[in-house]
Ligand binder design. Sequence first.
Ligand code: HEM
Length: 209
Amino acid sequence: MDRLNQWLRRVPTAVVWVLGALPFCWLIAQAATNQLGPDPVKAIELSLGLWGLQFLIASLAITPIRILGINLLKFRRALGVYAFLYVMVHFLAWMILDMGLRLDEVLRDLTRRPYIIVGMIGLLAMLPLALTSTNAAIRYLGGARWRSLHRLAYLAGLAGSVHFILLVKGWQAEPLIYALALLCLLLLRLPRVKIGLRARGKSRAPQRV
Ligand code: HEM
């Protein structure tokens, strides 16, 4: 594991910033070349939503993964920022491409459709996280307050996966797998589990870089 961490220390965070933009660029290329199937708007919405959820789960997995001795902390900010950006563009795609900016219909959906309401809770929970993702914001808030605020990421993740469960027909495996992954990550953050795992992983987990 030491070798892996040494190698990871040499990987610049710019790599994650560049890789994170690729799904978006790929989506734009597919849209520009008419490769998104019969309903391109829906394909754009679904792809952005799914990437948003995956980045969110990846960013939440960084801390528990340290138990295995793998230190990916320096990539967490990029993953979290991308989660927010994909979800934000997902929301904008819905508002502009799907709803055609018809505010009466936007408001109707925002107040009547449970999966839209829950999705909105997720997006709103991510907003303060994105706004406080800079070093200056961390210094201003102080570590403890910043960490408490960033627990909102779990609310965003749970809202995102419930939103996914609600919008599919019946009980499909994919949204349930995301919800389960989030519940596991949440469980690992419970103080009792955290203390137990920390004791087990103490000798293996490297210190913060
Ligand atoms: C944390 C916030 C959110 C996450 C993680 C998220 C994630 C997702 C996911 C994973 C899908 C399904 C993708 C698929 O089937 O492959 C989806 C679909 C969708 N989401 Fe979101 N979403 C969020 C917030 C929102 C918000 C705020 C809105 C609009 C107000 C929204 C509107 C939609 C719509 C319209 C669909 C497509 C439904 C359909 O026609 O099948 N989402 N979202």
